[in-house]
Design a protein around this ligand. Sequence first.
Ligand code: AP5
Length: 186
Amino acid sequence: MNLILLGPPGSGKGTQAKLLSQHFQLNHISSGELLRQEVVQNTPKGKLIAQIMNQGELVPFDTVLDLILKQINTSPNGFILDGTPRDLSQAEHMDWFFNQNHIHLDTVIYYQLDDPTALKRLANRAREENRSDDTPQIHRERLRIYHQKTQPVIDYYQKQHKLVTIDARPDIDTIFANTLKLIPSK
Ligand code: AP5
């Protein structure tokens, strides 16, 4: 089974992806996490990625693609793509790649959440974890980019009848249970 998770920063994509990957034994591919691993290498490329992420902007897709394709190609049971695609051209490219490689995308799960709740959760995470892009200013910028560039991707998958929408306001376990109801076990 192959899934894509969409939703604003702070909607809980990463949290739900972890639970789903354990439940279905799928490879959790987080583009943000893969980029953060590049950043800690402190190479010239890593430094450039850090600069972009710390402005809340999108990293050039070639860089992201390189990292996620390695993971997709080593996902024997299927994958959960968390954080990609982030704009329409990325979505079109992923469709092209899936077609070329006979990969079936089963479902796109959209975790819907209002901005104030997303910002509150991101602020909580900033207190608990040490993510360099977890500052109030970067949060607002990531949300702005999300509305401008990522939201059209939701309509794109809706038109393909691939999208299911989940209310991301309840607690983590309720959201997980609601997600499972919408994903038939294979
Ligand atoms: P990425 O790491 O993908 O970040 P994001 O999409 O902004 O999402 P977050 O990780 O902030 O939030 P989430 O929805 O995963 O929520 P989480 O589960 O952590 O991307 C970071 C950056 O990388 C981008 O800005 C960009 O620069 C770059 N990038 C990544 N992909 C790219 C691409 N394809 N192209 C170009 N650039 C790319 O939950 C948030 C907090 O809330 C946690 O503390 C959690 O414990 C808590 N929480 C979760 N669920 C609940 C709940 N139900 N109730 C209460 N609290 C909850």
